[in-house]
Design a protein around this ligand. Structure first.
Ligand SMILES: [Zn+2]
Length: 137
């Protein structure tokens, strides 16, 4: 039985792929091969073989450590957005309204360069998450 927070192999969009401070679910892989995304602290009884798994067996400090790393990535991207706004808004308001012409290229750079780069790092952190060994109850 292995656990991870890696994205599910079915390619379904997990909630933590969206931008937000949602807690990443834990992917529980049953001994029989069944997998399920379970919220931390929740129990799951495998429909196929009836084994019960409890993610509450994961040490809270380890799960918290993972959450902290994910949260730090989210704060980085927010800080960068705030920095760009802190530079652009005074330029537009106090220097010249023509700087507004830079907003569109900046948004393009943001969407094409910054966000994909950030997503890759975010997912790498999720993939590198520790794997825990649970015991069926
Ligand atoms: Zn099973």
């Amino acid at each position: 039985m292995r656990l991870s927070t890696a994205p599910s192999p079915r390619g379904r969009t997990a909630p933590y792929n969206r931008f937000g401070l949602r807690k990443p679910p834990i992917t529980v892989k049953c001994d029989c091969g069944e997998t399920r995304e379970v919220a931390y602290g929740d129990r799951w009884r495998c429909e196929t073989c009836g084994r019960a798994w409890n993610t509450g067996q994961i040490p809270p400090e380890e799960y918290e450590g993972l959450l902290r790393r994910m949260r730090r990535h989210q704060l980085e991207v927010l800080a960068l957005a705030a920095l760009v706004a802190a530079i652009m808004v005074p330029l537009i308001v106090f220097v010249s309204a023509r700087f507004i012409l830079l907003v569109l290229p900046l948004m393009a750079v943001w969407l094409i360069v910054v966000l994909p780069y950030w997503r890759r790092r975010y997912h790498r952190t999720a993939r590198e998450a520790p794997r825990w060994q649970l015991h069926p109850e």
